[in-house]
Design a protein around this ligand. Structure first.
Ligand code: DOR
Ligand code: ZN
Length: 439
C-alpha cells in the first residue's frame, strides 16, 4: 500500500490538499484530508506539490520490433516515466509494421516483457489489410498514413480509405497530401540544405488539403476520427469549423509544434526535420489559440527518436522525427507558470481527454476506484533540459539548454513509484496493457 501525503489534487474543478491511499490492487482506495487516513507501508510526501493524473500520451514510436537501435519498450518507457507519462500508445510503423493480428500479438509480448509504464497499441492500415482491421481487438486506433512518413505505411486510394474509415474502428490519421509532397520533392530536388527546405516540401496546403479529405470521408461514415499533430493555422480553422457539426472528431498537437518554428532549424539543422514540419510563428500562434478555444483535444508527443548518426546526414537522407516523452510535461508546466494555459486545462489535454476520446478504462482522473497512475509535479522548481539526461536511446532532445519552471518529482504507475528523485526507481515492475472500450 502506498500513501501519497498532502499533494494538491483536482477535485470538482478545484485544487485541494489531499492524501491519496492506494490499495494493493494498484487502484485509488481513498482520497481525504490526511488526518482521516490510516498510514501505509510506503509514504510519499507530496506537500507543496501537485498530484496530477499520469499523462496519457496517445502518440509514441517505441520502435520495437526491428528498429531497436533507435529505441525499445524499456528505453521509451523510462523516458516516459521521467516525464510523468504513465501510459503510452505505440505506433505501428515498426519493422515489420504492425498490420496483422499475429504481428500485434508478437508486439504485445515484447511490450509486456519490457515496458515499465502502461501501454496500448495502434494498428497500421495498408491497402490490403481490411480483414485484419476488422478482426483486431483492443487497439487504441487504426493509424492511417495518408501521406508518407518514416516507414512504408501509406494509403491514399479513395476506396481503401472508405473501407478503412467505415470499419467501425477508431481512426487516427497522419494527414499530409502525398501528391503535393511528391511534386514538391521533385521541384526542390536540387535545393541545398536550407532551413526552410522541409517546409517548402510539406507546406501548410498539403496538410490542409488532406485534413479536409479525411474529415469528409470520416463524416460520411460517422467515424471516430482523430487528427494527428495538427500543425498548420489552416488546419486549426478547418478542424474547429468541422467540430461544430462532427462531434466524433478530435485532434492533438505536439510540444514541438507548440514551442519550435521552422527557424529552429537554424540551430538544430536536420535534428529539427519532422513530419509534419515545424512551421511559422503564425501557425504556432494559431495552435495556442486553438488550445485556448478548446479545439485541441490533447497534447501528444509523437515521440519519434532517431539516433544522431541518422540525423547528421544530408537533408534528403535524414529520417523525420524528434523525441518528446521526457520533455512534454515540463515544457507544458512551464507554459502554465507563464500563464499560457491553466493547470486544469493541462490536465484535460494530457489525461482526461485522451482517456475519454480513446475510451481508456479506469484512467485519466484522480478519483476513488481509478488506476493509481499519478504524476507528482513541483511547480516552483526550475531546471535546464539537457541532452545527457535524456533516457531515450537516441540521447538528444530539440530542447537541450531550455530552462523550465515546473518539473516532474515522481511518477506512479499502477500504485508503484517507478520514478522519483531524478532516478528510475523501479524498472522491474512492468506496466499493463490498457483496456479500450469499444474498439
Ligand atoms: O516525423 C515523423 N516521424 N513523423 C511521422 O509521421 C513518423 C515519425 C517516425 O516514425 O519517425
Ligand atoms: Zn508519429
Amino acid at each position: 500500500m502506498l500513501l501519497i501525503k498532502n499533494g494538491k489534487v483536482l477535485i470538482n474543478g478545484e485544487f485541494l490538499e489531499r492524501s491519496i491511499l492506494i490499495g494493493n490492487d494498484g487502484r485509488i482506495e481513498k482520497i481525504a484530508v490526511d488526518a482521516k487516513l490510516k498510514t501505509a507501508d510506503e509514504v510519499l510526501d507530496a506537500a507543496g506539490k501537485y498530484a496530477l493524473p499520469g499523462v496519457i500520451d496517445v502518440h509514441v514510436h517505441c520502435r520495437e520490433p526491428g528498429l531497436t537501435h533507435k529505441e525499445d519498450f524499456l528505453t521509451a518507457s523510462k523516458a516516459a516515466a521521467a516525464g510523468g507519462v504513465a501510459t503510452i500508445f505505440d505506433m505501428p510503423n515498426t519493422k515489420p509494421a504492425t498490420t496483422t493480428v499475429a504481428l500485434l500479438e508478437e508486439k504485445r509480448k515484447l511490450a509486456a516483457a519490457k515496458c515499465i509504464v502502461n501501454y496500448g497499441f495502434h494498428f497500421g492500415a495498408t491497402s490490403d489489410n481490411i480483414e485484419e482491421i476488422k478482426k483486431v481487438k483492443n487497439i487504441a486506433a487504426v493509424k492511417v498514413y495518408m501521406g508518407s512518413s518514416t516507414g512504408n505505411l501509406l494509403v491514399t486510394d479513395e476506396k481503401m480509405l472508405n473501407d478503412i474509415f467505415g470499419s467501425g474502428k477508431r481512426i487516427m490519421v497522419h494527414a499530409e497530401n502525398e501528391a503535393m509532397i511528391k511534386a514538391n520533392e521533385e521541384k526542390h530536388r536540387s535545393d541545398s540544405d536550407g532551413t526552410k527546405l522541409h517546409l517548402k516540401i510539406r507546406g501548410n496546403s498539403a496538410a490542409a488539403k488532406e485534413v479536409e479529405r479525411a474529415i469528409a470521408i470520416g463524416r460520411k461514415h460517422g467515424t471516430r476520427l482523430h487528427i494527428c499533430h495538427m500543425s498548420a493555422k489552416e488546419e486549426a480553422g478547418i478542424i474547429s469549423a468541422a467540430k461544430k457539426s462532427y462531434n466524433r472528431l478530435s485532434c492533438e498537437v505536439t510540444p514541438h509544434h507548440l514551442f519550435l518554428t521552422a527557424d529552429s532549424a537554424k540551430e538544430l539543422g536536420n535534428y529539427a526535420k519532422v513530419n509534419p514540419p515545424l512551421r511559422q510563428k503564425e501557425d504556432v500562434a494559431a495552435l495556442w489559440n486553438a488550445i485556448a478555444s478548446g479545439t485541441v483535444d490533447m497534447i501528444a508527443t509523437d515521440h519519434a527518436p532517431h539516433i544522431r548518426e541518422e540525423k547528421e546526414q544530408n537533408y534528403w537522407n535524414v529520417p523525420s522525427g524528434v523525441p518528446g516523452l521526457q520533455t512534454m510535461l515540463p515544457l507544458m508546466l512551464d507554459a502554465v507558470n507563464k500563464g499560457r494555459l491553466t493547470l486544469q486545462q493541462l490536465i484535460k489535454l494530457t489525461s482526461e481527454n485522451p482517456a475519454a476520446v480513446f475510451g481508456v478504462k479506469g484512467k485519466g482522473r484522480i478519483a476513488v476506484g481509478m488506476d493509481a497512475d499519478i504524476a507528482i509535479v513541483d511547480m516552483h522548481k526550475e531546471k535546464t533540459i539537457k541532452n545527457d539526461e535524456m533516457l531515450s536511446k537516441c540521447g538528444w532532445t530539440p530542447f537541450d539548454g531550455w530552462k523550465v519552471k515546473g518539473v516532474v518529482a515522481a511518477t506512479i504507475v499502477n500504485g508503484k513509484i517507478i520514478y522519483g528523485s531524478g532516478q528510475i526507481s523501479d524498472e522491474k515492475t512492468k506496466g499493463k496493457e490498457v483496456i479500450f472500450n469499444g474498439n
